[in-house]
Design a protein around this ligand. Structure first.
Ligand SMILES: [Fe+2]
Length: 397
């Protein structure tokens, strides 16, 4: 197939990607050898692409299903490709002809796609997601979006998602204080993540509670559902009634606290990030357990997840000589979590909906007097993938 025949490069879709993948940068040079091509951009960036990688990512209708857009080319069934010819064509697309054994194949890559997927160090660094860690200072800059903007404008929902990605927390104001309304807010993003508590739950004081949340007790800072192998990513809490004395909500950025702990006491941080603890929730209908560290790091050592929930913590099953140090380490982290300099205090009023990353932001509440009035919140959960997907869909237009 000739490059000119490919229908994968159109004005609306490039490289069979539904996003436009445009770049303001221009290509200034292309050098080729058998193993790959090297592109030079007008900002000085130099990107190397190997023949095997380029061939694997060809988006022509022979190599991707034309409707499903999924890869049909299977590199394992073909000889290792080499570059026969490569040139920057009109419109700054890159045309490449590959040779692989007795086969040859032509592909076309737009510059926007090459810029998006290039793997040079600059590009990888540029794509690194930056989180904005916070302490009590966030109170003055907490992202607040109106319900109307969130439900009816792209900018509104984008601002809300951006805040959850960067700060891990965002507030919606003006949500109709009706039961179930938070599900409409959630479905603006994607499907609701159900748990053993259902697709949503009511945080009210109950006569026979099966969880601490359903009492009038104060709740220490915690992450929800630590007893699940994959606790829900994003929690939504919507206030319907709030006339009680007490019951203010408190939040803390677990990554901020963990980062300070890593600097102040690397040994404690190391203990919390290398030893798994057990968590358990059980009632008449379920017995759900998980085992995971308090602080989880990614391969680069960045904070990935905090899991802290004292009432779901099960007996520690650790080497005997680690149990006492683990209690000390948990106490150190817990004392830090209690420090007001990390706290965002919010009194949720009817129509307020606060959402936060449950892997990063811990939440709690002050005790309240159930005889002084009413307090009714509803909660549900969303997947982070669905938030990120919604952002990408917004980027398509
Ligand atoms: Fe909770």
């Amino acid at each position: 197939m000739l490059a000119a025949d490919l229908n994968c490069v159109t004005s609306s879709a490039s490289m069979a990607d539904l996003a436009p993948l445009r770049t303001t940068r221009n290509l200034v040079d292309l050098a080729q050898d058998l193993e790959g091509i090297t592109l030079v951009w007008d900002d000085g960036r130099v990107s190397r692409f190997t023949a095997a990688w380029l061939r694997d990512n060809c988006a022509c209708p022979q190599c991707r299903h034309p409707q499903a857009l999924e890869r049909t080319y299977m590199f394992i069934d073909h000889a290792t490709p080499t570059i026969l010819a490569a040139a920057i064509g009109p419109g700054e697309v890159v045309d490449i002809t590959f040779a692989a054994g007795s086969e040859s194949h032509s592909s076309r890559f737009t510059k926007g796609w090459l810029r998006e997927y290039g793997c040079c160090e600059d590009a990888l660094r540029e794509r690194e997601f930056t989180q904005r860690l916070w302490g009590s200072d966030i109170a003055s800059r907490l992202t607040t979006v109106s319900y109307a903007d969130y439900m009816h404008t792209s900018d509104g929902v984008r601002a809300w998602i951006d805040a959850i990605q960067t700060d891990g927390v965002a507030l919606l104001k003006g949500v109709p204080a009706q039961p179930g309304q938070l599900l409409e807010v959630g479905r603006r993003i994607g499907p609701i993540r159900a748990t053993n508590f259902g697709d949503h739950y009511d945080v009210v004081s109950m006569p026979n509670p099966n969880a601490s949340a359903y009492t009038a007790m104060g709740l220490e800072l915690h992450t929800d559902l630590a007893n699940w192998r994959s606790p829900p990513d994003v929690q939504l809490l919507c206030c319907l009634k709030s006339t009680v004395t007490g019951g203010e909500s408190v939040f803390a950025d677990g990554f901020m606290v963990a980062e300070e702990l890593r600097i102040a006491d690397p040994e404690t941080h190391g203990l919390l990030s290398t030893h798994a603890l057990d968590f358990r929730f059980h009632d008449d209908s379920c017995d759900i357990r998980a085992r995971a560290p308090t602080i989880e790091l990614d391969r680069a050592g960045r904070h990935l997840q905090v899991r802290f929930n004292n009432w779901l913590r099960a007996p520690m099953r650790l080497p005997e000589d680690v149990i006492e140090p683990m209690y000390q380490a948990l106490a150190t982290f817990w004392r830090m979590l209690r420090s007001p300099r990390f706290h965002l205090n919010v009194r949720l009023e009817p129509g307020d909906l606060i959402a936060y990353n449950n892997h990063r932001v811990l939440h709690g509440r002050a005790p309240f007097d159930p005889r002084s009035g009413e307090r009714h919140l509803q909660g549900c959960y969303l997947n982070l993938e669905d938030l990120q997907s919604r952002l990408r869909l917004l980027d398509r237009v």
